[in-house]
Design a protein around this ligand. Sequence first.
Ligand SMILES: Cc1cc2nc3c(=O)[nH]c(=O)nc-3n(C[C@H](O)[C@H](O)[C@H](O)COP(=O)(O)OP(=O)(O)OC[C@H]3O[C@@H](n4cnc5c(N)ncnc54)[C@H](O)[C@@H]3O)c2cc1C
Length: 500
Amino acid sequence: MAALAAAERRAAAREALATRSFDLLVIGGGVIGAATAAHAARTGLAVALVDAGDFGSGTSSASSKLVHGGLRYLRLGDVRLVREAHHERRTLATDVAPHLVHRLPFLLPLYRDGPFRPAFVQSGILLYSTLARSRLNWLVRPDKAGELVPSLRLDGLRSCALYADAWTNDARLCLENVLAAAEAGATVLNRAEVVALRLVNGNVQGAEVELDGETVGVRARVVVNAAGPWVDAIRRLESPRAGTSVRLSKGAHVLVPGGEDWGAALTVPQDDVRVTFAVPWYGLLLLGTTDTDFEGDPATVSVEPADVAVILEEAGKALTPALLEPGAVRASFTGLRVLPLGDGGTATARRETVFSVGPGGMLSVAGGKLTTYRRIALDALERVRGPLGLGRVDRRPFALPGADGEPPFAIEIDPEVEAHLRHLYGSRAGHMIEYAAEDPSLLERLHPDGPDIAAQAVFAVRHEWATTVEDVLRRRTTVALRGLADERAVTRVEGLLAGA
Ligand SMILES: Cc1cc2nc3c(=O)[nH]c(=O)nc-3n(C[C@H](O)[C@H](O)[C@H](O)COP(=O)(O)OP(=O)(O)OC[C@H]3O[C@@H](n4cnc5c(N)ncnc54)[C@H](O)[C@@H]3O)c2cc1C
């Protein structure tokens, strides 16, 4: 279990960034940048990956946490996108991250006054399920639907459609890609912000990176900008005249109690294209999302009371009101979708990935879906194959670090905690629990009402680049999103961070 102390590891990464000459520098450690770095490093290239904040702290921890074909894209006629997404969903759930991606039935209720016509839904779900290669595509009677989703509003309910997708933990899926990059030899560092690009004879050949109060020059033959909602800010470092290549749409979510006894998630039609979701997630219900134009600084996006009101009201179209009192909200979060430029509402904008190459040769990649992150990363690599001198890009899926079987634990622990750790860490859970085998106090829960334990905080610092309490509570564990990040949990993690 020998691990470099976190400070030593950070110093080593800083040293490597300052002194090595990289083939590829990836800006942005969201899921797209992390996967691009991982695939490139696995081909033997010298790769660096930097993120201004924490890995996954942008959009990649603020999604609806669905690995899905995207029923609404079918409504927009985008069969190709749905087919690709279903293919990726299967690949992630079977080969890449089976511990993190879990199949889940979805119930789509059809009310007499609702926007969807049953004939459309029947044929739509049949096509969706065919593309999904799933046989779960039946219309379900209201009494059976009420068994699957006990809080379903039954008045005015005509019938329900049933189909299958999957849920995940987006922040951890992103982190496992960072780990995969590091395991393949990439130099990775969070809290390392690109503040300028290095231009040599007009070509982008690296960046100036601000980290720990100093600026480090990073040399790289090729630079990929995967900065998500900040994509245009980085493009303007290459050329101040770069202008705008994408538009942003804000999506907020809330978590409320409920969902423990649900056998399916709920897809709630809002108009003839837009749907919202109520997803059982760690014993709570994840509700959302909104979809509104956003034009400010991405760093300032936050959940407003009006967002919460809209989410609860829209969920109320299919859920009993008792679940949806404003006081029930345990946690909330928001993120920014990156969409191609275009007219019309953001809800009908295509969820295409936007690629562009600037005058200095930097490739920018933004948008798309968490579900198709692998494909987007591989497409990005294809586009820089020439300058990187890569013969071909190996598109075969590889198992993420936690997807390597289920070794037994060194000690016996509470089965609820064990199941949770096996989901979050997969085969790495056994390694993590060794800390608790050495110091049993690390088996204590970070909050009595949740299954996350103290050992995870130590592991997060030593093996997962966590440097702040928020990194641990919000993105390495599930404490914050369960609404359990109270003063005691915060103080406990502060102590663990100081001691790790
Ligand atoms: C509300 C919402 C719900 C969604 N739901 C789903 C869903 O259920 N399923 C699905 O498949 N997809 C979903 N998506 C889409 C999905 O979340 C995104 O496509 C994906 O997370 C984008 O990842 P990314 O790596 O491009 O961007 P990000 O995760 O935003 O990563 C960009 C990174 O760049 C870093 N960065 C910025 N500036 C700099 C700089 N100067 N230097 C260094 N680093 C920098 C940031 O810190 C950030 O970590 C949803 C999106 C939203 C907004």
